[in-house]
Design a protein around this ligand. Structure first.
Ligand SMILES: [Zn+2]
Length: 318
């Protein structure tokens, strides 16, 4: 944290001027915090005992501090920005609050789904939109983890997306049009924005803006049936469940053919999403219907949800 209270309750911002040696306290919980200085870290404050604080649940890493400063400076160019903004009724501190309505949370370490849900709901219930930006430990790898799923957002123009922060390279990264194939491997597009360039608020809202149609192609795995047979042989729970569902339809996955699995690359599976409240059933339905109508190809072309929706509303009118 960069803001602490002195004995008289005055807020001291370590980013503005070098703080004096004296006693400092957390502005939110009131317990003692220590001034920390070092060669490799920016001067900041840290709780003497973090367990006593209801607002901060861990002392911040260098990555957290650096990203917070970078985003704060960047947002300040074009908006009203507050750092470490306490929301008393929620016992939460927004890392950065923009125009009193958008909270930016820099998340560099894993947290429980329950805590993430509580914090996200807390913001929403007080009319504040929250965007979670992910540090290195939480970046997407080949597959989506359960926790990463809880950081997904959705827009009609960019589908499922999430944000990553790379303070070493000084870029904010948008990974969008997220899909997964039958093996669980992710397929997506990405855009990078250098810290300090452009209007941060507009960038963060860009998934909701009109844009040129984005599309990309993915290859179908010719050996998918072999893969599924192997999963069933090893009793992979996911595929055992799919097999049980197939039995109910009078089918057996062991007899399936590659074309039965087209399209192999699909939207992130439906279910509970922590950051998405809209109903996505139309998207899933339009997606399926589109590929049912189109000849099966070795290359599958992927589009944003708006494309599939538009395709069917256009064709229904005819
Ligand atoms: Zn505190």
């Amino acid at each position: 944290m960069f803001i602490a209270s002195d004995e008289k309750g005055k807020h001291i911002n370590a980013l503005e001027k070098e703080p004096k040696k004296q006693d400092y306290y957390c502005p939110a919980c009131g317990t003692s915090v220590r001034l920390r200085k070092g060669k490799n870290v920016r001067t900041h404050f840290a709780h003497t005992s973090i367990k006593q604080c209801d607002y901060y649940y861990e002392n911040e890493s260098l990555e957290h501090l650096e990203n917070k400063v970078a985003l704060f400076n960047w947002a300040q160019n074009d908006a009203l920005v507050e750092m470490e903004y306490p929301i008393q009724e929620l016992k939460q501190i927004a890392d950065i609050l923009i125009n009193k309505q958008l909270a930016i949370e820099v998340q560099c370490s894993p947290l429980s789904s329950k805590l993430l849900q509580e914090r996200s709901n807390g913001y929403r219930n007080s009319g504040i939109q929250v965007l979670w930006l992910l540090g290195e430990k939480l970046w997407l790898k080949e597959r989506l983890t359960k926790l990463q799923r809880d950081f997904l957002y959705f827009s009609h123009n960019m589908g499922f997306y999430l944000w990553e922060l790379d303070h070493k390279r000084q870029v904010l990264r948008l990974k969008y049009l997220l899909h997964q194939d039958l093996k669980g491997k992710l397929h997506y597009q990405l855009k990078e924005f250098s810290y300090g360039k452009g209007n941060l608020l507009e960038i963060l809202r860009s998934p909701y803006q009109q844009q040129a149609l984005i599309t990309f192609s993915v290859e179908q795995d010719r050996k998918i049936c072999h893969y599924i047979q192997k999963q069933l042989y090893y009793q992979n729970p996911y595929w055992m469940k799919k097999q049980a569902q197939a039995y109910l339809r009078g089918k057996n996955l062991l007899n399936s053919k590659p074309q039965d699995w087209y399209p192999q690359v699909r939207p992130i599976e439906n279910g509970h999403f922590c950051q998405i409240s809209q109903n996505l059933n139309d998207y899933y339905r339009n997606f399926r219907a589109y590929y049912e109508r189109y000849p099966k190809k070795q290359q599958q072309k992927l589009y944003p949800p708006a494309f599939y929706q538009h395709y069917f509303s256009k064709n229904m009118v005819k």
